[in-house]
Write a new protein. Structure first.
Length: 256
């Protein structure tokens, strides 16, 4: 897929992506978006920086109806920092559909979180322990959940969250689509996922292709003293975003 238009997304989602300057889907987005739009379970191996948050944010925002007041998506993450990043991505992509996203974290007043949930939300992004607190108190209703997503699922199990994940999974409807994302996938993790999902699709992103696609190369020729003035122009135009390599006998060492 070389365009987000090819995914048959809602007009509001396409407008949001255009505002965000999301023009061409990354590899993980091209492979994950159509699968999640079809609500099929997946395990995805993809490192940070590949666009994986948008890979699940786009289809879940597309599925939520405008002005809907039901909880449709639960995203579990291992850290506060990642929770805030994911919330921001979902809100940016879903803002024209007025999608409401709540972040539920530990060490914050439960009373305020319960009040926010009572007012209605479409998406919850949470850390495991605090999500269990709300499940046990009955302050969250998962009956209409369409998607259950775990980001950095490998860290969940290496940091000892397996019991928490098992508790949460027992409350997820069987009809919910499940999507697990991980930077690393070994046989042990696949075995764990087999216990949570049946007939899931495994997607592995080509890291070499990612790195290649992230680098833009430009070149120009110059003679003699022109090289120095050209170098200054490049540094002025592109600053720290670019690395400049000079290949001639006048510049054997290039200080940064």
């Amino acid at each position: 897929m070389n365009s987000f238009n090819n995914f048959n997304l809602d007009t509001e989602i396409l407008k949001s992506l255009d505002i965000l300057d999301y023009k061409i889907p990354s590899q993980v987005q091209s492979r994950v978006i159509p699968v999640l739009l079809d609500k099929k379970d997946i395990l995805v191996k993809s490192k940070t920086g590949t666009g994986k948050s948008a890979a699940f944010a786009i289809p879940i925002c597309n599925k939520i109806k405008k002005l809907e007041n039901k909880l449709k998506v639960l995203v579990i993450v291992p850290t506060r920092e990642l929770a805030l990043q994911v919330k921001e991505e979902i809100e940016k992509i879903g803002r024209l559909k007025m999608i409401k996203c709540s972040v539920i974290l530990g060490k914050e007043p439960l009373k305020n979180q319960i009040l926010e949930l009572k007012q209605g939300t479409n998406v919850i992004v949470a850390t495991p322990g605090r999500m269990i607190d709300h499940i046990s108190r009955g302050s969250v209703d998962l009956d209409d959940l369409d998607y259950f997503i775990i980001d950095e699922v490998d860290k969940m199990f290496t940091k000892g969250f397996e019991t928490d994940i098992n508790t949460i999974m027992k409350n997820i409807p069987n009809t919910s689509c499940k999507a697990f994302f991980s930077a690393t996938v070994d046989n042990d993790l696949k075995e764990i996922c087999n216990g949570y999902m049946k007939d899931y699709e495994y997607i592995e992103v080509d890291e070499e292709e990612i790195l290649k696609n992230q680098i833009e190369e430009k070149s120009t020729d110059g003679n003699g003293e022109e090289c120095e003035s050209m170098l200054h122009r490049f540094l002025h135009l592109f600053g720290e975003k670019w690395k400049v390599m000079v290949d001639n006998k006048y510049f054997s060492v290039l200080p940064w």
